[in-house]
Design a protein around this ligand. Structure first.
Ligand code: ADP
Ligand code: ZN
Ligand code: ZN
Length: 768
């Protein structure tokens, strides 16, 4: 019987091909001579449009001729590219279906650029395509006929070509003991001018042999040395047994371990076991920036088995790592951020999602707007693998799943080595001001603790979630503020460049000398960002070495690592930064962490604001007092009684979860429902409002009060386009798939409307 997956069906003359375009899947005829080469998952070159060529992935082969005429032909097959595995293809389709985009969108993020070259000609395609690295070996040439021939050649060259003579002597010497007429040596090992070798080659005295080097070189992974693994504490060892036990019942387990509990060591244990059993492991981290520290740590244990995947790698390295991972026959550890979820091959045994609560797992910028954590859970399901989600502050979604028994749950409540949890204190900014105990943006308590830390040779981290010098500038006379001409936001003042910049669209202009509104020289920076904190600290602590870590200073991975390393090695006394400093770093010398303004964490107009604020505060606090000594954390806020502040101070995750989940249930938000946000945008405000109103009305006839809006988002104009948003809330119990199908339908109908069709519409499923 022929199954759907019989990929080389003899009569399969048509291929459904996925192209990295919104349109998705196109059908092509497979010419006879290519039939034996094309299978499901093959990468093929196909024509599209008048003269463009694309690399596509064969989704399915079929013997059925499509209805339409003028079917075009597959032009060629990329022989150097391994086919996309069956599980991966299924995952792409899941992503497209679940996140409401095309399977071509999934392909676009999944495959590295060099595996999907496109262009107008074969030459262009070729120039962009991945080619395996090659090794060139040199052997004696056909013109040499045995020892006599060789001696004769030596004689001639000695007289007439001393350079060639020397080279040939060198080659024969390098061939060594082996039969000189069959052996070869790598060209790179000879140290001979390639021009001279070329001349010998012309005379037929030597031959060049070219072979492909498999991606990643010929790595022979070392065995996983059990005795080199860290010795687990009793608590950690127990956690491992509990995780094992939980995996007996559920495929996904949530490891809720406080900061510093040593989750990484627990992961390492589980990884080692999988690798030894010949399985692959996928280890996801929220941000690329974090991978370097973790990769180095994992390399110590797993050496060449570690395959890092990083969007900023050079093309060749990225492609080779992709191929190595996806065609692995087991025993490798893939480490990477979001898009690494598309790497594993068919031998996946375990997925680890570290800091699973982190919002950067969700791609919200372009299709596919996928959440790599959730996609990883699905991939594990398809592969028969397990998933371990780890966090000190789990997302309420995962926590609720754990509480409902859908996920296993393992809690580790103490730090490794008995290090006490940090001592968190709240410092009321309003009260401090009244008492005259506030200098610029620092409360006296913060400054006193900072002095102490420095006097004791310890380090401090200061967190402020705004970069730049000040988030806006204002005229003190007339109230004018600088705003972006393209977006509905104020411009951020960056003092070091004397510029005002838009953090949404990148627009920039100079700082005006006089107010454009009233002409007075009265424009002042307002509020404060990391750049200002740095400047003020420098004035207060002239002897301290201060560095800043935010998107303006960490312009490359190199710069980022340099700043981190300097702090790690104790060359920096104070590190000022945004979110970037909160992410899972393990620094030994930090005795003080200060949050300079917790209020703007609490002020986000989003149902997740409280959860996020708790997570951020707890994660920043977790950087203090690692390795034996207790650390101190100071939270400056004008709302010391705010429940989230109180919960963060007492480290009471359960209390936060209880109160937040109660609110979510009452107001019908995730995890008690699922959300799809429908975004609309257009340069004409009225056009987008009308289209949004029309679509919302249509949706209401089907979904009733599950439809909220349309409403403009908090920043309602970005890059010259006006935005509107409709929120659709779907009960957990009803079919999400059906709801999305109806939604898709209505959006398609809008796309056929004579007026509204010009408005861009897209969906964000499970928005974060
Ligand atoms: P988490 O990720 O849970 O916040 P880490 O994995 O960063 O915690 O561990 C905290 C610190 O304790 C690190 O410095 C780590 O090297 C150390 N540590 C944890 N477990 C062990 C162990 N079993 N042996 C040695 N050091 C450990
Ligand atoms: Zn003015
Ligand atoms: Zn802008």
């Amino acid at each position: 019987m022929e199954t759907r997956h019989d990929t080389r069906a003899r009569d399969a003359a048509f291929a459904e091909v996925i192209l990295p375009l919104q349109g998705g899947v196109y059908t092509y005829a497979v010419p006879g001579e290519l039939v034996p080469l094309v299978g499901e998952g093959s990468l093929v070159v196909v024509p599209l449009g008048r003269s463009k060529r694309y690399t596509g992935v064969v989704k399915r082969l079929t013997g059925e001729r499509p209805q339409y005429k003028n079917i075009r032909e597959v032009l060629s097959v990329h022989r150097n590219f391994p086919p996309v595995g069956r599980t991966m293809l299924a995952l792409w389709e899941w992503v497209a279906e679940y996140y409401m985009c095309g399977v071509g969108d999934a392909m676009r993020v999944a495959l590295p650029a060099a595996l999907k070259p496109a262009g107008f000609s074969d030459v262009e395609l070729d120039a962009r395509a991945y080619r395996p690295a090659t090794q060139v070996d040199i052997a004696l040439g056909d013109a040499l006929d045995g020892m006599d021939g060789l001696n004769e050649a030596f004689e001639k060259l000695r007289r007439r070509g001393p350079k060639m003579y020397e080279a040939l002597v060198g080659i024969v010497a390098a061939l060594g003991e082996a039969d000189p007429f069959t052996a070869s040596v790598p060209r790179g090992s000879l140290g001979i001018d390639p021009v001279v070798i070329g001349r010998l080659e012309k005379k037929g005295l030597v031959r060049r042999l070219t072979t492909d080097v498999p991606p990643g070189g010929q790595v022979v992974p070392e065995p996983v040395a059990e005795n080199l693994l860290p010795t687990l504490s009793k608590v950690q060892a127990e956690a491992v047994s509990r995780i094992d036990a939980a995996f007996e019942n559920t495929a996904t387990v949530l490891l809720h371990g406080v900061t510093g509990s040593g989750k990484t060591e627990i992961y390492i244990r589980l990884i080692a076991r999988q690798l030894a059993a010949g399985k692959d492991v996928l280890y996801l981290l929220p941000e690329i920036a974090m991978t370097a520290q973790t990769v180095a740590r994992l390399r110590r244990f797993f050496g060449d088995r570690v395959i890092p995947y990083h969007s900023s790698y050079p093309v060749r390295r990225k492609t080779e790592n992709f191929i190595r991972a996806s065609s692995s026959s087991g025993g490798t550890l893939i480490v990477g951020a979001r898009s690494a979820v598309f790497l594993p091959g068919e031998k996946l045994g375990l997925v680890i999602v570290d800091e699973e609560h982190d919002p950067s797992y969700k791609n919200h910028e372009s299709a596919p707007r996928y959440n790599a954590r959730d996609t990883a859970v699905v991939l594990a399901g398809m592969s028969g693998a397990k998933t371990l989600l780890g966090s000190a502050t789990p997302s309420l979604e995962s926590y609720a799943n754990a509480m409902a028994g859908k996920y296993g749950y393992v809690y580790v409540g103490e730090r490794f080595g008995g290090t006490p949890m940090p001592d968190i204190v709240v410092s009321d900014t309003v009260a401090a001001s009244k008492r005259g105990e506030r200098e610029t943006h620092f409360n006296k308590l913060t400054l006193d603790n900072l002095s102490d830390a420095l006097a004791n040779g310890r380090q401090a981290m200061l967190f402020q979630n705004r970069r730049g010098f000040s988030p806006f500038v204002e005229c003190t006379r007339c109230g004018w503020t600088a705003s972006c001409p393209n977006c509905n936001v104020t411009l951020t003042y960056h003092k070091s460049e004397a510029s005002l910049r838009c953090h949404y669209c990148g627009y920039g202009q100079g700082m005006p000398a006089a107010c454009p509104g009233c002409g007075q020289k009265a424009v002042q920076p307002r509020g404060f960002g990391t750049e200002k904190v740095e400047e003020e600290l420098a004035a207060l602590f002239p002897g301290a070495v201060i560095e800043r870590l935010d998107r303006d200073t960490a312009t490359s991975e190199k710069r980022f690592s340099a700043i981190i390393r300097s702090f790690e090695e104790g060359r920096t006394d104070i590190l000022v930064g945004t979110q970037m400093i909160t992410k899972g770093f393990d620094f030994g010398g930090v005795s003080l962490v200060a949050v300079l303004n917790a209020d703007n964490l609490l002020a986000y107009p989003d149902f997740r604001a409280s959860e996020r604020a708790f997570q951020l505060l707890t994660q920043v606090a977790g950087r203090a007092g690692r390795r034996d000594r207790q650390g101190r954390v100071i939270i400056q806020t004008g709302q010391p009684q705010h429940p989230v502040i109180v919960q963060a101070v007492s480290g009471d995750y359960a209390a936060m979860a209880r109160s937040q989940l109660a609110e979510r249930r009452e107001f019908f938000y995730p995890p008690y429902c699922r959300i799809v946000n429908v975004h609309l945008r257009h340069a004409d405000r009225q056009a987008v409002q009308q289209a949004a109103g029309e679509l919302a009305g249509e949706l209401r006839t089907v979904f009733g009060k599950r439809v909220c809006g349309p409403q403009p988002p908090p920043v309602d104009k970005v890059g010259g386009l006006y935005l509107e948003r409709i929120m659709l809330k779907v009960e957990r119990e009803s079919s999400f798939g059906k709801a999305k199908a109806i939604l898709r339908d209505r959006i398609a109908a809008l796309g056929r409307h004579p007026v509204h069709r010009k408005v861009t519409v897209y969906c964000d499923v499970d928005p974060i």
